[in-house]
Design a protein around this ligand. Structure first.
Ligand code: PGA
Length: 250
């Protein structure tokens, strides 16, 4: 039985003061819901938010890492630095990183491997654009992202990785995939995992859905058999709505 994971990707929001308030409220409102809850603040807030959530039931994540352990990489952060601040998760290959910052699937794969090496759980994000969906190549796109993203991952890593399926056309647009559309891709991803890592690993790996998840659509999405949680952007910036999404996973 896979424990549902509800992760809030705060992206480049909010201020330090608002972030602290949000983190405290998330801790208060998500107690005892039976799911795992994680907040993923922007870089300058990770330490301060960690001071609030580490040691509670709410986990801490980072939005990115560099594959190297240390060195001359101005503006970057190493996985071991996130671990020192109490983080357990790290996003790898979010579509905004791929689209706006030119991250290739191969580079994303190096990040996933580095996260494992450094003791973090990578959340590998995959998903197609609207053009790709309309061209009927969703499965091919997701496959390419899985092949490269999990190049250095084996069956023994099953409990230490998470996949997030996020159709790019549903991110920040208010247009979520229908539960059926999402479930179809999730089932496809689990099938791929089964072929490459074995049936046992495929059953254990959590596959989150992301893209305009909110309190009003969470229950239906999270009710699908292969949807094991949500990666929430916009709706994670408001504690009551985020907590309602977590509650919907029960
Ligand atoms: P959204 O973002 O919930 O605002 O669509 C999701 C994500 O980018 O992870």
């Amino acid at each position: 039985m896979r424990t549902k994971l509800i992760a809030g990707n705060w992206k480049m929001n909010p201020s330090l003061a608002k972030g602290r308030e949000l983190a405290r409220e998330v801790v208060e409102r998500t107690r005892g819901l039976g799911c795992e809850v994680v907040v993923i603040p922007p870089v300058p807030l990770v330490q301060a938010i960690g001071e609030i959530v580490v040691g509670t039931h709410v986990g801490l994540g980072a939005q990115n890492l560099h594959p190297e352990r240390s060195g001359a990489y101005t503006g970057e952060a190493a996985g071991s630095m996130w671990v020192e601040l109490g983080a357990r998760y790290v996003l790898c290959g979010h579509s905004e990183r791929r689209q706006l910052f030119g991250e290739t699937s191969r580079f994303v794969g190096a990040k996933v491997a580095a996260a494992r090496r450094d003791g973090l759980v990578p959340i590998l994000c995959v998903g197609e654009t609207l053009d790709e969906r309309e061209a009927g190549v969703t499965e091919a796109v997701v496959t390419e992202q899985l092949v490269a993203g999990l190049a250095d991952v084996g069956a023994a890593d099953a409990d230490g990785i998470v996949i997030a399926y996020e159709p790019v056309w549903a991110i920040g647009t208010g247009k979520n995939a229908t539960p059926e559309q999402a479930q179809a891709v999730h089932r496809f991803v689990r099938g791929w995992l089964g072929q490459h890592l074995g049936a046992d690993a495929a059953e254990r790996i959590r596959i989150l859905y992301g893209g305009s998840v909110k309190a009003s659509n969470a229950k239906e999405l999270l009710g699908q058999p292969d949807i094991d949680g949500a990666l929430v952007g916009g709706a994670s910036l408001e504690a009551a709505g985020f907590a309602a999404i977590a509650a919907a996973s029960a």
